[in-house]
Design a binder for this molecule. Structure first.
Ligand SMILES: *Cc1c(COP(=O)(O)O)cnc(C)c1O
Length: 395
């Protein structure tokens, strides 16, 4: 095949309408639940918050869940609950979204970056242990793309060095490891309900834990550090409240909690559909030279927030392949620019290029291909067709 047939060079595209890499799905019953709460008199701090928290805790199998208004707020509340402050180090993978590391910085702590496994792009437990010092207070593991990290290995390291283990599970709602549900695998787990995430309320987040003390702190943290919220005072008929420490307004409104309650019910089916699409992709890409899906951990199930491939051995760069796929109507994306390469971290924390070879090498080669719950088999076939076409042209 000839490069002149590519859409980017004026050829006919595989699709005329761009297939996005992700898209939220809101079902009719989800809309109805939002309609109902709009007439309930409680738009925020009402009964839907607790209902969503209870349902979520029960879904992941923890004692407590605390709703907040973003995944970033969930990470920030976690850092506050663990008492992270100036002089404390928190280990984070560089292959993640910036928010994971930013949460440490909000509290005055220092994110200590570590590299990922080249095959799975999950944080490498050996590198984690090497990075631990007297200043280390916690480890944040990121379930990159939706695949849980090796929490048995990480938990053993955390126990041995007496540091807390946090799962940034923003990609992984619905996944399991060794039969246990994501959300219950670390001391604290955080989730995001941003529009592209496995459960979408537009913006939103959740924190899960079995530790009552931590859960109580995080509830107070999301409400300015105040010891009771409007709903609790309404129930007891009291006006008095006390601000014990500096918190934020990180509350998730009842409107979004109502949407969350309904979305959560869809998660098992939606996850199964993503896994089905991933399996179709895996089979097809095994036959195409130039693209290789990321590695999988044995014993774990994958939530496939992202479907990531490595692009290699072609006469064009990943960026050229990205542009060519876009022209074919396939909305590829790149997750992520390693956090230590961002100017903010280079300026303030002295991070440098060539520090983390696996993450940096991956960054040159990865592409996220479209995957979402209501993607059809035709959409999936279009992606495969476009990848095949573009790879063939640059082989
Ligand atoms: C989305 C995401 C966040 C931040 O969540 P928001 O809800 O957008 O604030 C944090 N960590 C990871 C890994 C994410 O993917």
């Amino acid at each position: 095949m000839n490069t002149s047939e590519l859409a980017i060079n004026g050829g006919t595209p595989v699709r005329t309408e761009l297939l996005p890499y992700s898209r939220p799905l809101v079902e009719d019953e989800d809309k109805k639940a939002v309609q109902e709460v709009l007439s309930s008199g409680w738009l925020t701090t009402g009964p839907k918050v607790e209902e969503f928290e209870k349902a979520f805790a029960s879904f992941v199998g923890t004692e407590y869940a605390v709703a907040v208004n973003s995944g970033t707020a969930a990470l920030h509340a976690t850092m506050s609950a663990l008492g992270i402050t100036k002089g404390d180090d928190v280990i984070v993978p560089t292959m993640t979204f910036a928010a994971t590391a930013n949460a440490v910085v909000y509290q005055g702590g220092t994110p200590v970056f570590v590299d990922s496994d080249a095959g799975t792009l999950l944080i490498d437990p050996t590198k984690v242990e090497e990075a631990i010092t007297d200043k280390t207070k916690a480890i944040i593991a990121v379930d990159y793309a939706g695949q849980p990290c090796d929490y048995d290995a990480l938990q053993a390291i955390a126990k041995k060095h007496q540091v807390k283990l946090i799962a940034d599970a923003c990609h992984a709602l619905g996944a399991t490891d060794g039969g246990r549900t994501v959300g219950s695998l670390a001391d604290i787990s955080t989730f995001s309900f941003h529009a592209v995430k496995p459960l979408a309320t537009g913006e939103g987040g959740m924190i899960t834990t079995n530790d009552k003390h931590l859960a109580d702190h995080m509830k107070q943290f999301r409400n300015h550090g105040i010891n009771s919220d409007h709903h609790e005072r309404h129930k007891t008929g009291s006006w008095f409240y006390r601000m014990d420490f500096l918190g934020f307004n990180y509350r998730l409104p009842d409107i979004l909690c109502a949407l969350g309650v309904e979305q959560l019910k869809h998660v098992p089916n939606w996850t199964a559909r993503r896994q089905e699409i991933a399996e179709l992709y895996d089979k097809s890409f095994a036959e195409i030279d130039g693209v290789t899906p990321l590695g999988k951990r044995p014993g774990a199930t994958h939530a496939y927030h992202l479907y990531v491939v490595n692009v290699d051995g072609l006469s064009a760069s990943r960026t050229d392949i990205f542009d060519a796929l876009r022209a074919e109507g396939i909305g590829a994306n790149v997750h992520y620019i390693p956090v230590h390469l961002h100017p903010f971290y280079q300026e303030h924390f002295g991070t440098k290029e060539h520090q983390f070879p696996n993450a940096e090498n991956a960054y040159e080669h990865i592409l996220s291909l479209p995957i979402f719950a209501d993607m059809t088999n035709e959409d999936t076939a279009d992606t495969v067709k476009a990848v095949e076409k573009v790879c063939a042209a640059y082989r």
